[in-house]
Design a binder for this molecule. Structure first.
Ligand SMILES: Nc1ncnc2c1ncn2[C@@H]1O[C@H](COP(=O)(O)OP(=O)(O)O)[C@@H](O)[C@H]1O
Ligand SMILES: [Mg+2]
Length: 375
């Protein structure tokens, strides 16, 4: 997967911007607050369908503009595609591939695959379950169009159910619709759980290898997928059968909790509560990992995602590294730099000297939302 070039219009501090990238290492350099992160964010919006910071449209769109636009040319399997996203202030968005407007998030899945790593990814280890769930969703949605669509539907239904539960005290007739929502959430939730279970299994293997290498063999990283009680997460490749089984387990849990959910006004069961448990040498990384261990863990997870996408699609995703080198100690920095070959990398830094550039690599210098130098 190679991102050949990008064009931005009214994206954050970029009024109008164009850049071409090398298929190897691209160093995006510049002083603070010049637009380095904003550039990587634009690529995330194309690849994941949302900003890696989950920023709102109105914060992304440049002042005075009605909408922002990100356009890219991407080569995948020897074929060049154009991908374009427009974000509107109303939070509406349009996605176009090769000039054809796409109807659902799933249709764009896989056109551009990317993995982003930045210092806030420490939250993957130490933060709330939501961080790990979002991460998992972002990878799988790139690989399985059906997952991306199930996720959109699940979120819509979940928001609807929450609203019913919240407003039912005032207006009890709303509860007439609750079983319909529960049914939809079980159906879509079972899909999400099936894919999450199968991907975590592979991700865990890759992450364990990466982590072992990064820690010099001293530590063992285990990743366990946590979901609704009663659901068997040891899944086979037989998707329809597994999804039926998971749905049946979810339905049983839903029946148990139905009255309680109505009484409390809260959603008490379902795939929205999933999490990953990360263990280093058998103990919870979230609770016990040191700063250094948490960094290694987040790094291993990201490099594992890259391996997983490469294995699944046959092509390494674009690796986006934002400000990570300055945060890493000598040995982890060497570890990262040793892994950035074998695929396209965009790496931001204030000090371009710290990154070795092989033949064909590029240095792009950004100043105030403009490309001021390129070698
Ligand atoms: N919607 C926006 N419109 C215009 N400028 C923005 C917008 N959002 C952020 N910025 C500006 O972008 C700059 C930060 O860019 P960023 O990519 O984070 O910098 P860095 O090069 O340090 O990574 C800040 O000056 C900020 O004011
Ligand atoms: Mg930055």
């Amino acid at each position: 997967m190679v991102l050949n070039g990008i064009e931005l219009f009214a994206h954050r501090n970029y009024a109008e911007f164009r850049a071409e990238f090398s298929p190897g290492v691209n160093v995006i350099c510049g002083k603070n607050a010049q637009g380095k992160t904003n550039l990587l964010e634009a690529i995330c919006i194309l690849a994941f369908g949302h900003s890696h910071r989950y920023a709102r449209e109105r914060d992304i769109i440049g002042a005075d503009a009605e909408f922002s636009e990100i356009r890219a040319r991407v080569t995948s399997n020897g074929r060049e595609n154009t991908l374009e996203t427009r974000l509107f202030r109303s939070a509406k968005r349009t996605v176009t591939r090769n000039g054809v407007k796409l109807a659902t998030a799933g249709e764009a899945a896989g056109t551009l695959t990317a993995v982003m790593f930045d210092p806030s990814d420490l939250d993957l280890v130490r933060g709330a379950p939501e961080n790990r769930r979002r991460e998992l969703d972002a990878i799988i949605a790139q690989l399985r169009p059906r997952y991306a669509d199930a996720l959109t539907e699940f979120r819509r239904l979940y928001a609807g159910k929450l609203k019913i539960l919240r407003d039912a005290a005032e207006k009890p007739t709303l509860l007439d619709a609750i079983d319909e929502y529960n049914h939809g959430l079980i159906e879509t939730g079972a899909r999400l759980i099936f894919y999450r279970a199968s991907f975590v299994k592979k991700l865990a293997e890759r992450a364990r290898e990466q982590h072992r290498d990064c820690s010099g063999g001293a530590e063992d990283l285990e990743i366990i997928y946590l979901t609704e009680r009663g659901v068997d997460t040891e899944v086979s490749d037989d998707a329809p059968a597994e999804i039926r089984k998971i749905a049946a387990a979810l339905a049983a849990r839903q029946r148990e909790h139905r009255e309680h959910e109505i009484a409390s006004g809260k959603c008490l069961t379902g795939a929205q509560r999933d999490d990953l448990e990360l263990k280093i040498n058998g103990t919870s990384a979230r609770t016990f990992a040191s700063q250094g261990q948490a960094r290694t863990c987040a790094l291993a997870l990201k490099l594992a995602e890259r391996d997983l996408i490469a294995e699944d699609t046959g092509e390494a995703p674009v690796l986006l590294l934002d400000d990570v080198l300055s945060e890493l100690d000598e040995s982890r920095r060497a570890f990262v730099l040793g892994r950035i070959s074998g695929g396209q990398v965009l790496i931001t830094t204030c000090e371009p000297g710290e990154i070795p550039i092989a033949d064909g690599g590029r240095i792009l210098e950004i100043h105030a939302g403009r490309l001021v130098g390129c070698t």
